[in-house]
Design a protein around this ligand. Structure first.
Ligand code: GLU
Length: 500
């Protein structure tokens, strides 16, 4: 610090992602994780992962495990959090209950919180009265100033109190990087419950205690939590957190579906698992999600993770809701697939070929070599990794299980195709060398030059007979990889079917 300077050194950036996993992580959610992560990485700060699981009725261990897997798959590594620990742990709220109890005791003894004995029926009745009078709903503050005698009566009735936070009078200004300064009048913020009668903390208590104790400097989260922020700021004050240590807030607008409506959990393509299973590369998903609400300030759309980290600026996250754009995602995914090395792409498509039963698990070295050899045939045309299954099935399928798509057979393997297949068979059977150039030369010579067929009519029947489909990787290369024996066998079978 400069001598005599009164400013405090700015603390190292600490961001966090605090999911309450009750199902698959949603893209809107993950996008906030990505921004928090990117900001930590951009600034050389730390990214904290915290599981908010105090509502155990909604949250399952499987959902927690799959959230961690989603983050790992996307490459969003955390510096502190579940499985790795850190100085501010534990990082799962259900393991932090004693801490919340300590703070609640302190709030109770200092009068910033109080026991509330109201029953659900009483609260419902209160709400009904407010409604009938056209007043905004909210707790009236009935238990704010109970006398010792009233408390004794409630205790005698065996009522179990909740703990309510006593919202002080005044206003709170939330400084939000997207919304600017948002002023909340406490007159509209009734005292709220921070601990249930069973001793379980509620969100506002747990999140405030944790963000403060974990020294979080930047909170990035969904828009829906903006309204909770003045409550949390009031709790920081009650905890004695200096105003300059209150985090910077970024409340991101919703992500909209292709229909322009906010995403709901039922929306299939909104979960990270869906992207993984449907053949998207994690680096494409990250790139695409980053652009749903942020841009590096020019028209660049293809960003590697390291470039994203370098260019990311929290203050450029915009107020316009991002809208899912499957075409854009496909374009990004295709670009990223084309940018991969051959071995890497082979590695990425392998699980899909294995899941389809085309390649054994663990993979046999011959099959592994064949996958690598086949990659250059499909790399240019893949939009999603899953497409590799259909494109390469003909190469990996057991000969006995090879079939021709009936629709392709009906359209292409007509009687007219008979002479083409016979001539192709003979020309290929006579080849001394089985490679792309020899195959191409032989087929062109007999089918185009001798039979006088247009290339489409010449090669179409061969393609369908050998690959089983009308769309396949480049024909001559495909035949080369398939080998003479299997190629000739398939042409023969097509001839034996009803084309001859
Ligand atoms: N656990 C909360 C949720 O998943 C988010 C908490 C926060 O980011 O403040 O909705």
């Amino acid at each position: 610090m400069a001598e005599g300077g009164s400013a405090r050194p700015s603390p190292a950036v600490r961001t966090r992602f605090a999911p309450s996993p009750s199902g698959d992580l949603h893209v809107g959610n993950i996008r906030t994780a990505l921004y928090a992560w990117a900001w930590a990485r951009h600034t050389g700060g730390r990214f904290v992962l915290r599981i908010e699981d105090t509502d155990r009725s909604r949250i399952t261990d499987e959902a927690i495990a799959s959230a961690l897997e989603d983050l790992r798959w996307l490459g969003l590594d955390w510096d502190e959090g579940p499985e790795i620990g850190g100085d501010c742990g534990p990082y799962q709220q259900s393991e932090r209950l004693p801490l919340y109890h300590e703070w609640v005791q302190r709030f109770l003894s200092e009068g910033t919180a109080y026991h509330c004995y109201c029953t659900q029926e009483e609260l419902d009745a209160e709400r009904e009265t407010q409604r009938s009078k056209g007043l905004p709903p909210g707790y009236s503050g009935r238990c704010r100033t109970l006398t010792a005698a009233q408390v004794a009566d409630f205790e005698a009735e065996a009522r179990k109190p909740v703990v309510r936070f006593r919202m002080p009078p005044g206003t709170t200004t939330v400084h939000d990087t997207i919304r600017g300064e948002v002023v909340f009048d406490h007159a509209n913020i009734p005292d709220f419950v921070i601990m249930r009668a069973n001793g379980y903390p509620l969100y506002n208590l747990a999140v405030s205690v944790d963000d403060a104790l974990m020294r979080i400097t930047h909170v990035v989260r969904g828009d829906d939590l903006l309204a909770s922020t003045p409550r949390q700021i009031a709790m920081y004050e009650a905890m004695g957190v200096p105003a300059e240590d209150v985090p910077v807030f970024t409340h991101c607008p919703y992500v909209l579906g292709t229909d322009g409506k906010p995403l709901s959990k039922r929306y299939g393509s909104a979960s990270i698992e869906w992207y993984r299973e449907n053949g998207y590369l994690p680096e494409a998903v990250v790139n695409y999600l980053a652009l749903l609400g942020w841009s590096p300030g020019n028209d660049r759309e293809d960003l590697r993770l390291d470039e994203l980290v370098e260019l990311f600026d929290l203050s450029r996250v915009g107020a316009t809701p991002g809208r899912l754009d499957p075409k854009k995602l496909d374009a990004i995914n295709g670009d990223k697939i084309r940018a991969l090395g051959v071995d890497e792409l082979a590695h990425r498509i392998m699980p899909f070929l294995q899941a389809a039963g085309l390649v054994a698990e663990p993979v046999h070295p011959d099959q592994a070599r064949l996958v690598v050899a086949a990659v250059p045939l499909i790399q240019e045309r893949l939009t999603r990794l899953t497409e590799s299954v259909d494109l390469l099935a003909f190469l990996f399928v057991r000969e006995g299980a090879f079939t021709v798509d009936p629709e392709a057979a009906a359209r292409v393997l007509t009687t007219d195709a008979g002479p083409v297949l016979s001539a192709a068979y003979e020309a290929l059977a006579a080849l001394a060398v089985w490679d792309r150039a020899a195959i191409e030369q032989a087929l062109r010579q007999v089918l185009v030059e001798k039979l006088g067929r247009k290339p489409k009519h010449a090669f179409g029947p061969v393609r369908v007979a050998v690959t089983g489909r009308r769309v396949s990787p480049p024909l001559f290369e495909s035949l080369e990889l398939l080998g003479a024996h299997r190629t000739l066998g398939r042409i023969e079978r097509a001839l034996e079917a009803d084309v001859g």
